[in-house]
Design a protein around this ligand. Sequence first.
Ligand code: HEC
Length: 420
Amino acid sequence: MRLLSVATAAAVVLACGTPPPTFHQDVRPILEGRCVNCHVSGGVGPFALDSYATAKAMGPALVDSTQKGRMPPWLATGNDTGGFLRDPSLTAEQKDVLAKWVAAGMPEGDAKKPGAALEPIAGGLERVDLTLQMPEPYTPRTLPDDYRCFVLRWPKETPTYVTGINGVPGNAKIVHHVALYLVDGEVARYPPQWDAEDAVPGYECFGGPFGNRPQQFPVKLLTAWLPGSQGQTFPRGGGVLIPPGSTVVLQMHYSSLEASPGADQTAMQFSLADTVSRRLAYQPFLKFDWIAGQMEIPANSTDVVHEHRADPRPNFGLLGSSLDTTRGFNLEAVMFHMHTKGRRGELWLHKADKTRQKVLEIPRWDFHWQQEYQLAQPVRFSPGDELRLRCVFENTGTKASNWGENSDEEMCVANILSSE
Ligand code: HEC
């Protein structure tokens, strides 16, 4: 009898394998390390995930969103160049823990013995040297997505490098993401004029700092910021030069999942330096024929590919680059840009010696989660090499689409944070 029960117990262990994951020991560290920065009461995530009860209520959705790669929001998959800095995506094992926990009926485990915390995602600014706030509060008027540009006058009277950036949302529930553009030189007066056109703070802008006006001058991206992050420094001690007299345009994306969104007055914090070890600038790589109307995406079409393979440096020069790239340049980070018909995107380096490296791949594009992907290792572009940019679109509408700033028009750009 005794022997039998030992055998039965062994059979049970064999059949079940290891005991199922529990909330406090296995699931909580994952949620606290990768989700709760947004999914907390008052945060941008639409529900909290900071307790057993809140996590249990969302169980199957947690599995679906992580298995399909929608959460945490990080669109890039691996590249051939050593990965990315501050990559928050879950490992296969972590996704598996969530799936097994839900399959086992979401056991709570022992609250007094929580599992070890995950390695935190590095981030945060070393110093805050300057804070610029939206001049007035704004309450989103277009639901659920409102894209609004606000003009910040750059106050420094000498050339200054931005080395890091952080956002302080005025209303964390609705600030979905922020893109920052640098408008310098003669054209710095345009955005303030557009802001002054009506009494409402800021001006409407979907694809960039122009709003629905034709693109009037080269766009200079500065960076992007996502809520939930503690802010980011530019990689490897680099900085972006801001000339005196510049205008920084904040493109706010407000997402109001609530019925009545409140007012927001976001501020941006900057780390600054007078000199840097690497001068950085975002340079757009795209095909000029596209801007001239040759990027058609027919009505009712899927898998429409627009691709461009070239040495990007003539592009950079025409678009007002401040870097000397005659002997090549380093790719330090990439920000992809398409609108809502974009489905997939890739950027490859084709070396003169016929080898190729994937720099960035976005297998499921999501316009709502555009962000900067900093390369863990800089990638050297040498004369003789080429870059290949590939965008795949789907148009479920009854009207053909082409290049343009509006929400029913499209773009395909790899903005490359480069150093000399
Ligand atoms: C940067 C902020 C942020 C982080 C980090 C984040 N979320 Fe989200 N999450 C959101 C927002 C905002 C939404 C609302 C939908 C949207 O805007 O995409 C959302 C929606 C969801 C949804 C419902 C919609 C869907 O796609 O299934 C689930 C489930 C979810 N999140 C789970 C998670 C889990 C699990 C994690 C961590 C592994 C996580 N989220 C990390 C911001 C975040």
